[in-house]
Design a protein around this ligand. Structure first.
Ligand code: PCA
Length: 199
């Protein structure tokens, strides 16, 4: 089995993004061969970057990781919606350069559910004492955009690739006073457990 595992570049003034820091540290999985990509926090190039790896690797599953700064737990995202808020990306651009709410795909459905084995992941995280929960909104920024774009492509291609998204809290190493955080070691452990239990 081939797994494409992605994390995001830093954004919002941060110097690291724990999602990519964790992904970067994972080299070996129990049963899958892992291929990794760092995704830019840019509307124009985020999905394009993932898609290029997708073509090269031809994965059986895709697990995307992102930072959710306000979260106190690992969040297993269940839904992606066809909507982007007018939030500037790392290059200062809005989605489609429009400073108002936009769709991701004009003729796509309003939402998709993630298709990985979310219950198996949840149980495995619980067994390892990692605080986690299901989430029914991945937001309206790049993480939701990436998850929706991947699920939309899978749906259009009628492929049975499994795909899903996990948000991780800030890492302790980011020193975000007043925000919940986890150690990078625990975040890496969580991502590895999720990757090992994705199907
Ligand atoms: N988190 C943002 C985008 C990149 C990331 O790591 C989000 O939740 O949309």
């Amino acid at each position: 089995m081939k797994l494409l595992l992605t994390g995001f570049a830093p954004f919002g003034g941060e110097t690291i993004n724990p999602s990519w820091q964790a992904v970067k540290r994972i080299d070996k999985l129990d049963e899958a061969l892992v291929f990794k990509a760092e995704i830019p926090v840019e509307w124009n190039s985020a999905f394009v970057t993932l898609e290029e790896m997708w073509k090269q690797v031809e994965p059986d599953c895709i697990l995307m990781i992102g930072q959710a700064g306000s979260s106190d737990a690992v969040r297993i995202e269940r839904v992606a919606i066809n909507l982007c808020s007018p939030i500037k990306d790392n290059s200062g651009a809005y989605n489609r350069n429009k400073p108002f709410e936009t769709r991701i795909c004009d003729d796509g459905p309003d939402a998709y559910f993630s298709s990985f084995n979310y219950e198996k992941i949840f149980n495995a995280l619980k067994e390892n004492n990692i605080k986690s929960r299901f989430s029914f909104s991945a937001g309206t920024y790049l993480c939701n955009y990436l998850l929706y774009s991947v699920l939309n492509k899978i749906n259009q291609g009628k492929s049975n690739i499994k795909a899903g998204f996990i948000h991780v809290p800030y890492a302790n190493e980011q020193n975000k006073t007043g925000f919940p955080s986890m150690s990078l070691d625990d975040i890496t452990k969580a991502v590895k457990i999720a990757a090992n239990n994705i199907i």
